[in-house]
Design a protein around this ligand. Sequence first.
Ligand code: TYD
Ligand code: MG
Length: 455
Amino acid sequence: MASKNKSTVFFCQQCGYESAKWQGQCPGCKSWNSFVEEPVKMTSSGKRLSVGLREAAAPVSLSQIDLKEEDRLLTGIAELDRVLGGGIVAGSLTLVGGDPGIGKSTLLLQVCRNLASQDIPVLYISGEESLRQIRMRAERIGEFSESLQLLCETSLDSIETVVRARKPRVAVIDSIQTMYREEVGAAPGSVSQVRESTNVLMQLAKVEGISIFIVGHVTKEGTVAGPRVLEHMVDTVLYFEGDRHASYRILRGVKNRFGATDEIGVFEMCANGLMEVPNPSEYMLTGRPEGASGSVVTCSMEGTRPILIEIQALVCQTNFGYPRRQATGTDFNRVNLLMAVLEKRLGLQMSNCDAYVNIAGGIRITEPAMDLGIALAVISSFRNIPLDEGLIVFGEIGLSGEVRAVSQAKQRVLEAKKLGFTSCILPQVCLKDVGSVEGMRLFGVRGVSDAMQYL
Ligand code: TYD
Ligand code: MG
């Protein structure tokens, strides 16, 4: 046995405390039954060899490290490539999170298909579905090349052996909650299992240079089930959001060591897999009501891309003593704050009104630039006056009711023009940046009260 020549030690799974023998309670963090035996590789002289990033021990200067252009692998799905920061980086570990049934497995199978069709060896490992179920899904998506290999397995030791033997360029683990290691006593999906599994995968990715995608389910609280631990261990974190019952899906980059965060990719779930939506603004505005009060179009910057969004508000007399306020797709507290500003600065009596604010399209936006849009939607519904259909609105609102500058105003105006809008209410201070735009009437405002005059 390995333990005879002392090549194993015990680690506390909670805090990482190291001990030569097993202990019931960890002296470090006082948690019980957390010690797990782990093998440690020895050198011939009996010293411990640290596993992991085992490049030469000599330090190098930055210029000595060569960057190869082909380090990034394009997935052929432009929306995903952009969120990843320009393709898959070799040896990277990416977490794809989202509610069950939102399309994580579908997206990753499509990625595998595209890569395999370029003769790149890809391994798709599923712990959730049988090979036949994957085949059924694949039938809907299209033809697959032989470069894609499938494996149904939940034991990470077996997976590690297979991956090391096959050396695929890209591997997918669907999902991390089903994976387990024998040595960790806990059940699959528990904190220590998920952490340990991710650790093993990280070693594999960094040492072998394999790009690995991990699927993680999100719990009700919005964190990946069990541990947030996962988020800081991986290089890139992507979340799928959107209404499961509607057909569009938004893939948002939350963390990215190799690119900008807050980029989004928009997809539509069709009968044959996820399709890219190259022009999300058009998509977000479909089904907009005509001549309805309480509907305002605003422009939000999502990463490098401006997106037009419809804000809807409904303000009506409350039937009970206590008015109801609700916000869908944006920050509830922000809506409350904006309504307080309107009451105080414009003297609108809304304290006996219910108010509902909704961002159409199932997208979640918290950018302050949409404050003015929310405020005008609320006023428009309260006064029951519809706004001009060719109007778009953006600007941040301060507590004194002033309208403050937002970034990239010009880009927002140009996006609106592209979609046929003809006038724009924007912060006065942004007028200089925007200059004049042909076919667009620009109204600069200093405060919400100025904006109200355009109603
Ligand atoms: P799935 O990728 O299995 O979700 P996850 O892995 O995130 O749990 O997505 C499954 C949903 O997508 C399911 O409701 C069926 C639907 N779907 C389509 O509408 N069209 C398709 O081509 C495919 C493959 C799935
Ligand atoms: Mg799945």
